[in-house]
Design a protein around this ligand. Structure first.
Ligand code: BGC
Ligand code: BGC
Ligand code: CA
Length: 301
């Protein structure tokens, strides 16, 4: 028997204002991520340790793989296709046209190749914003958009159960991780319920990913940790603390998806916080967790 010994290291000191949406791209041995207010999509090559950065014309809140090549991203209130080679973006669809102060936030592709992403009002400071302005959408492979619901405060983490029958979702200011029944064929969701309520010290639930055992990993903004939850019992199974407070999202990657990557933010830290957390805004790698993740689904449109 081999014991797993956990290790947490900052693999890239990127100084992201708000690092988000980590996605492992196996084909390039790279981690994709965004810096929302810096309007950047970044790709860190885990072998060469080099980073490529593409600057967009609006805040970019999530990025995902695209089956036909390149990526898709949520930019401002637009779903876009991104050509990495020539750094060009093409708009696939626009949402919230009547809400001039809105932007997209977290997004992820479902097991059938639809790109789910939600919106929020632009913040005046982290987590300070006009409430209930957001909605949850998905971009289908034929480029049409469906809206699921509105009244969202900060649309955040999302993922699907291993059997594809449940959709997990976080509206951050509800301090809850929710579940819906999921119809993979139609992309319809129903029967919303809470599977976990965050404790005070866990702060604000942000990005999320699932592991092969069907347990949820949630990054806790201001909580400096990722937590592992059992959505069936509603219990927290594990807490992994990081040396930065503003942990925003997590994904599995690396060899066989055995490593976890965590993004975080610098925005919202005062000068004392920045001195105490010099790696804030960096990319963290956690090894030795003893559980694997699954490859990201690519957008099929
Ligand atoms: C709804 C609003 C909602 C908005 C979000 C509109 O269609 O009527 O309540 O906030 O969509 O985009
Ligand atoms: C948003 C940030 C927000 C944070 C905390 C992130 O997903 O992009 O703007 O401050 O969640 O709720
Ligand atoms: Ca987020």
């Amino acid at each position: 028997m081999t014991m797993s010994s956990m290790k947490i290291e900052c693999v890239l000191r990127e100084n992201c204002r708000c690092g988000e949406s980590p996605v492992w791209e196996e084909a390039s041995n790279s981690l994709l991520f965004v810096d929302i207010p810096a309007k950047k999509v970044c790709r860190w090559d885990s072998l060469s340790k080099q980073v490529q950065r593409v600057t967009m014309d609006a805040p970019v809140s999530s990025v995902a793989l695209r089956q036909s090549g390149g990526y898709v991203a949520t930019v401002g209130t637009k779903f876009c296709a991104l050509n990495w080679e020539d750094q060009s973006a093409v708009v696939l669809a626009t949402v919230d046209k009547e809400k001039k102060n809105n932007r997209f936030n977290d997004g992820k592709v479902d097991p059938a190749g639809r790109y789910f992403a939600g919106t929020m009002a632009e913040e005046t400071a982290p987590a300070v914003l006009e409430r209930r302005q957001g909605s949850l959408y998905s971009l289908f492979p034929d480029h049409h958009v469906e809206k699921y619901f509105d009244q969202v405060d900060i649309s955040n983490g999302l993922d699907w159960s291993m059997d594809h029958k449940i959709f997990y979702y976080i509206d951050s200011l509800s301090y809850s991780v929710d579940a819906f029944d999921y119809d993979l064929q139609t992309g319809k969701i129903s029967n919303r319920r809470s599977v976990y309520k965050l404790e005070k010290e866990e702060q604000i639930p942000d990005g999320m990913c699932i592991d092969v055992e069907g347990k949820l990993w949630v990054a806790c903004y201001n909580g400096g940790r990722v937590i592992r939850l059992d959505p069936e019992t509603g219990k927290r199974l594990q807490t992994v603390k990081l040396p930065v407070d503003k942990t925003t999202s997590c994904c599995f990657g690396g060899k066989d998806y055995s490593e976890m990557y965590v993004t975080c933010a610098r925005d919202g830290l005062d000068s004392k916080g920045l001195l105490q957390q010099p790696e804030a805004g960096g990319i963290f790698k956690i090894t030795g967790l003893g559980v694997k993740g699954i490859p990201p689904y690519p957008y099929t449109g």
